[in-house]
Each structure stands twice: as structure tokens, then as C-alpha cells.
Design a binder for this molecule. Structure first.
Ligand code: SAM
Length: 203
């Protein structure tokens, strides 16, 4: 799966990743997931890497899907009693190696999918959103946390990632909202600074 998106960068970076990244924004994720109709028990974390965002989500079953085996190796060992941070909630994470644009998961199988700091690394973004729409049950939500390329810090991030050879494609909040709407989600943009959250409810 090394040819899929920017996955090969993360193969090399996996051992350092959790030491240099801040914790995921638990409150933003909770506010977005609260938009779902009904309970959130089963969550897919697409491009979930080491499980950094999964452990910030309160759900019974959390499964990380990622192209990078080294990132997933870290996610698999991440439980309340494992080598995660002391604040990690209990319960093991599931981990599946796969491309978010071709999910090995059945229709209507989950209550929510999250994509945190990963959508811009995925090469077939329309296919990723379509797959999310397929696997999320009616009333469930797709939550995308991304960086806004029209914000000054986003502008710098785009250039920095391209300078080191990443093929990142960034969406503005409005363009990402349009993509989700066109795929069949009912969409809200919850915050729209440098980092923003778009949440789509599957109708
Ligand atoms: C910056 S990391 C973010 C990891 C995690 N979501 C987090 O918030 O810490 C981006 C991740 O996206 C993964 N990725 C890139 N393209 C992908 C694809 N097509 N399908 C699944 N994962 C992908 C990379 O391997 C990497 O682990």
C-alpha cells in the first residue's frame, strides 16, 4: 500500500509521530459526533494512523483504517493499559490496513466515521467520501477535521507539505461542504479557523 497517497511518508515517521503531535481535539470531535441521530457505538477512523484521534473519541468500538502498516502497528498496541498516554480511555482499538477510497467494510456498518488531519493526504477524495457514505448508517455522521488552505497558516502548510514532496490536496471549508453535500450528506461547518470541522449527516 506504499503507492497510496502520502502513506510512505508516514511509514518512516510512525515511531516519532505520537511524540511530536499534540493530542487530538476531544471537544471538537464530541461536538461533531453529537450531530448524529441515535447513539454512536461503532466509529471508523479513516487515515487514523496511530489512533491519536480514536483515543479522543468516546465510543465502544473504534477501528483505525490506514494504508501505513507502521502507523497501524502503533494503533494496535494502544489500549488503556498499553503505551498510550495516561489519559487514554479504556478499550482496545481495532486496526485494518486499507485504502479509505476502497473500504473493506459492509454497507451501513458503522455509526460514524472520522477523518482527522488525513483527508488532504488521500489521493481519491471523492471516492473516500462516497465510501464513507456507503458504510455509515442512515442518521450517522462523517466528521472531517482539516486545515484551511485559505487561512494564512494553511497557506504556509500547503507550501511546506509540497516542498517535502507530499501530494496533499487541501479543501476550503466551503468546498469540502459542497463535496459532502453532492455525495448525499446534510452538512454543517462547525468551526472555520486554520483547523476546521465539517460534519455530514447521512440522509
Ligand atoms: C497526518 S496522519 C493523521 C493520522 C491520524 N488521523 C491523526 O489525527 O493523528 C495521515 C494518515 O493518513 C494515512 N493515509 C494517507 N492516505 C490514505 C488512504 N488513501 N487511505 C487510508 N489512509 C491514508 C497516512 O498513512 C497517515 O497515517
Amino acid at each position: 500500500m506504499h503507492g497510496v497517497g502520502d502513506g510512505r511518508f508516514f511509514d518512516r515517521f510512525a515511531r516519532l509521530y505520537d511524540w511530536v503531535m499534540p493530542a487530538a481535539d476531544r471537544q471538537s470531535l464530541a461536538a461533531a459526533l453529537a450531530r448524529a441521530d441515535g447513539d454512536i457505538d461503532r466509529v471508523l477512523d479513516l487515515g487514523g494512523g496511530t489512533g491519536r484521534a480514536s483515543i479522543a473519541v468516546d465510543a465502544g468500538e473504534r477501528t483505525v483504517v490506514d494504508v501505513s502498516r507502521p502507523m497501524l502497528t502503533r494503533a494496535r498496541t494502544r489500549t488503556a493499559s498499553g503505551p498510550g498516554r495516561p489519559t487514554d480511555p479504556p478499550g482496545p482499538l481495532g486496526a485494518v490496513q486499507g485504502d479509505a477510497g476502497r473500504l473493506p467494510i459492509g454497507d451501513d456498518a458503522v455509526d460514524a466515521a472520522i477523518i482527522v488531519d488525513a483527508f488532504h493526504h488521500m489521493p481519491q477524495q471523492a471516492a473516500v467520501v462516497a465510501e464513507a457514505n456507503r458504510v455509515i448508517r442512515p442518521g450517522g455522521v462523517l466528521v472531517v477535521r482539516e486545515f484551511n488552505p485559505s487561512h494564512p497558516l494553511g497557506w504556509l502548510l500547503v507550501r511546506a507539505e509540497h516542498a517535502i514532496g507530499m501530494k496533499s490536496t487541501f479543501y476550503t471549508p466551503a468546498d469540502l461542504a459542497d463535496l459532502l453535500t453532492d455525495t448525499g450528506f446534510s452538512v454543517d461547518v462547525l468551526d472555520a479557523g486554520f483547523e476546521y470541522t465539517v460534519v455530514g449527516t447521512n440522509r
